[in-house]
Every structure is written in C-alpha cells, then in structure tokens.
Design a protein around this ligand. Structure first.
Ligand code: NDP
Length: 290
C-alpha cells in the first residue's frame, strides 16, 4: 500500500511536479541538492524538506535530475526502503535504466524510467505525458501515484523503453525546430511577411509544434523564456543518436540534427532556452525571425 511519496530534484520540472503530491499523500518528502529550495517548497506546498536518506524511506520515490549519470551517482550509496518504487522522470539513457532496474531489483526496489513531456506548464497543471518503461506489475503499482502528475500515461515497454521514446520525441521536435529556422530565414530573405506566412503554414501541411508554438510563443516575439535549457535538448538528441547507432541504422537527418543542436548549445549564451537554437541560424543568415 503506497502511503508516502518523495520527490528528488526540485528544478524547473520537479518543483512544480512535487507540488501536486500532497493532494494524494499525507507524507511527501522533498530533497534538493541546493537544500534551500526544498525548504522553500515545504513552506509553499506543505511538503517536508528531508535529508536524502530519509526521503528514500518513502513508498514511492520520484526523481527528476538533468541526466541519468546524476541519478546513478545519487542512487549508488542509498539505502532505499525495500518494496519501494523509484520513478525516474529524468530524460535519461536507456542502458542506465536497465542497469539501475537490475541493481535495485536485488534490493527489492522497482525502478521505472518515466520521462515526461508537456514542459513546465504541464508540470504546473499536472497534465504531463508519461512514457514509462519497466516491469509491468511495478507500472500498475505506480500508476495511482503517477496519475497525480500526469494525464496521458503509457507503459511503452521494458526498462529503457520510456527513455528511448522520450529521446526520439525530443529529436523529432529538434528536427522540426531546425527545419522551421531554415524555412523562416529563407522567407525573411525573400521579404515575406513572417506573421502572415506563419498563419498560412499553420493551416497547411508543413505545420509542426515548431511553427504552432515555438516560433510564435518564443522566437518571433523575441522572448526565448528559459523553461527547458538548450544543453538538456542537446543531451536528448545525443541519446537519440546513440539509439540509432546501437541499432546500426542509417539516420542522416537525426545525425545532422544532433550536430546542429550540439553546435547551437555550445555557442549559446549560458541559461539559454532550447528555442534559442534558432539564433545560430540567425547569426549565419544575418537575419532575425520576427
Ligand atoms: P533544471 O536544471 O531546472 O533542474 C535540475 C535539478 O536537478 C535541480 O533541482 C538541480 O539541483 C538538480 N541537480 C542537478 N545536478 C544534480 C546532481 N549532480 N545531483 C543532484 N541534483 C542535481 O532541469 P529541468 O527540471 O528543466 O529538467 C530535469 C529533467 O527533466 C531533465 O532530464 C530534462 O531533460 C527533463 N525535462 C525537462 C523539461 C522542461 O521543460 N524543463 C520537460 C521535460 C523533461 P540544484 O537546484 O541544486 O541545482
């Protein structure tokens, strides 16, 4: 019976996700590396700021850190409560999920890779999409807790499958973002009214999330609000490239997009939103998409 929950990593996503847990759980531990954020969360949402060793005594433990390496390093020396379920919402590496699931199984702890999509607004409104990999019975046990945070929740396969789906999703988003940046700098070079062009394309077959939301809400109004850091997107496209390589498939669009996003990330100002990737194209073309 799941009675207590914990959330580890109160970043842009985690801080908002953890805020919903007290609706269902009497005890909600929160932990963050910079501990003042955990204390702030406790004051704001009625959670309990806890040391890591205490937090992992919860029945269900969520984590949301930048990378799988961060999660692995954290888990290494922890005495997690036997019978607990660890739900890792990091956008991570499939092999690490497999490794952690196996290592924790030996300690009678289930590990699910449970990355999310829906951005910070989805975290805030508890409408995230969860793509979950791991043991089917553990998934069923975790479901009531995950439902507190998500809307569409899918078990997509064995350990690592959730991380794989997330990496491919973010790669598809990046492909569309690069293509939109190229298309719209071309239109600008030809003197086209970009707002009118955007309306036409969004009513036509070339539309994508990049044209429907990223360009109008982040790029063309020049706001580039930081909600999902560009290096995190570069990390995700890197995971997608690894998936393709491991399967010995040829995927030139994916490989090229990874190089572009990595280059954009390497040359961007610190704390740039993922939408800032288009600024690389703006520099190249000496044109702005506005
Ligand atoms: P943030 O950078 O906002 O937050 C990262 C969190 O991880 C912070 O709480 C940070 O703690 C903590 N952290 C960083 N490094 C370590 C470490 N080595 N050990 C322990 N804690 C650490 O990231 P996001 O919340 O944006 O992203 C988290 C994950 O969710 C990523 O994998 C990302 O790809 C994914 N994601 C993000 C989305 C978004 O829109 N932002 C959407 C969907 C998925 P501290 O406060 O001390 O720095």
């Amino acid at each position: 019976m799941i009675q207590s929950a914990a959330f580890i990593g109160l970043g842009a996503m985690g801080y908002r996700m953890a805020a919903h847990l007290p609706k269902r759980f009497d005890t909600v531990y929160v932990w963050n590396r910079n501990f003042s954020k955990a204390e702030q969360h406790a004051a704001e949402y009625g959670t309990q700021a806890a040391e890591l060793n205490q937090a992992v005594q919860a029945d269900v433990i969520f984590s949301c850190l930048p990378t799988s390496a961060d999660v692995e390093a954290l888990i290494e020396n922890l005495a997690i409560k036997p019978g607990a379920i660890w739900i890792d919402c990091t956008s991570g590496v499939p092999e690490t999920a497999q490794k952690l699931a196996q290592a924790l199984k030996a300690k009678n702890v289930d590990f699910l890779d449970a990355p999310v999509s829906g951005q910070t607004i989805g975290a805030e409104t508890a409408t995230l999409t969860f793509m979950i990999g791991g043991d089917a019975q553990a998934f069923e046990r975790a479901l009531p807790a995950v439902q507190v945070l998500g809307k569409l929740i899918k078990h997509v396969g064995e350990s690592g499958a959730g991380f794989a789906v997330k990496a491919v999703n973010n790669m598809l988003m990046a492909v569309n973002l690069c293509a939109a940046a190229e298309g719209f700098t071309a239109l600008k070079a030809h003197g086209v009214n970009l707002n009118e062009a955007l309306d036409c394309i969004n009513a036509s077959s070339g539309k994508s999330n990049a044209t429907e939301t990223i360009l109008p809400q982040r790029v063309m109004n020049r706001s580039f609000p930081l909600t999902f850091a560009l290096p995190l997107l570069a990390k995700d496209t890197g995971i997608a490239v690894d998936l393709v390589r491991q399967a010995r498939l040829s995927a030139p669009v994916i490989a090229l997009t990874q190089s572009l996003i990595q280059a954009a990330s390497d040359t961007a100002a610190p704390n740039s939103d993922f939408s800032s990737a288009v600024k690389m194209y703006e520099t190249w073309s000496k044109l702005t998409i506005e």
